[in-house]
Write a protein that binds this ligand. Sequence first.
Ligand SMILES: [Zn+2]
Ligand SMILES: [Zn+2]
Length: 297
Amino acid sequence: MTRRTPPRPVDVETLFPELRPLRREAVRLHPRAGRPSREDSSVGGPLLWPADEPWPVCDGEHYERNGNTPYEGEVRLVPVVQVHSGDAPGIPFPQGCDLLQVLWCPYDHDEVRCPLPRVYWRSARAVDAVEATPPPHAEAPAAYVPHPCAVHPEQVTEYPGQDLPEELFDALGGRFDQLEQETGWHYQYHLAQAPGIKLGGYPGWTQEPVWPECGWCEQRMDHLLTVASWEYDGASWRSWLPVEDRPTVDGGEPWCSEQGRAAQNPAGLMLGDSGGVYVFECWSCPERPVGHWFDCP
Ligand SMILES: [Zn+2]
Ligand SMILES: [Zn+2]
């Protein structure tokens, strides 16, 4: 089954031509509970991991959250996202690579206190013998270990929400308000950027943007992946909840139906208070340095 974002309720670029140069394409992964195989693109699923490469571990410093005492010693990273290039239109895979794997250490790290992501690019064909994906440590905080989900990738167009430049917000704010009064559509919640787990596009910030800078070229890094706790909230569902997940009862709200509820938190993640982890890379530097940030409402 596919997942399709409903057609945009208004034509953003006709109403606000100033936004046209800021358009970006993102790939919503639309994770839903499932049993992906290691060959599949997935969220929280088994990985196509080469047997001759040790499973990655973290020996960094871990912090306690909500009474979860960090595991002492090396922690096995847990799979977050595996995506084949064919499922990620528009995402610039490095030459020779067609598989993206993102894992993270499921404990709080450093000053932003969030799971520590790691990014691997590889060629699926080059993986010969496959290492079985190990289970997470029994003590790992459940809210940081995504449940296995099948994905239903879909490319969507986004415009900046929190990333809207201040001078443009000053210029457009009055017209955003007018549109909302006339139609009920709120630019930031309904028209700007897709909620949920996605590749590319604009990060799904819940606070002010914090773009990491590349340590090599000193430019702002590129957004690779947003791992959001929820696929929609009480506002964003109105325009972003896929057609297939909408309640069958006319006028119902999504949490009134089983499909709607299943679509909200399929991976069972709770990052802080329903926040997100944002993974960045520098696509100008061949080393592709990685950065990350975390925020929550
Ligand atoms: Zn760690
Ligand atoms: Zn760079």
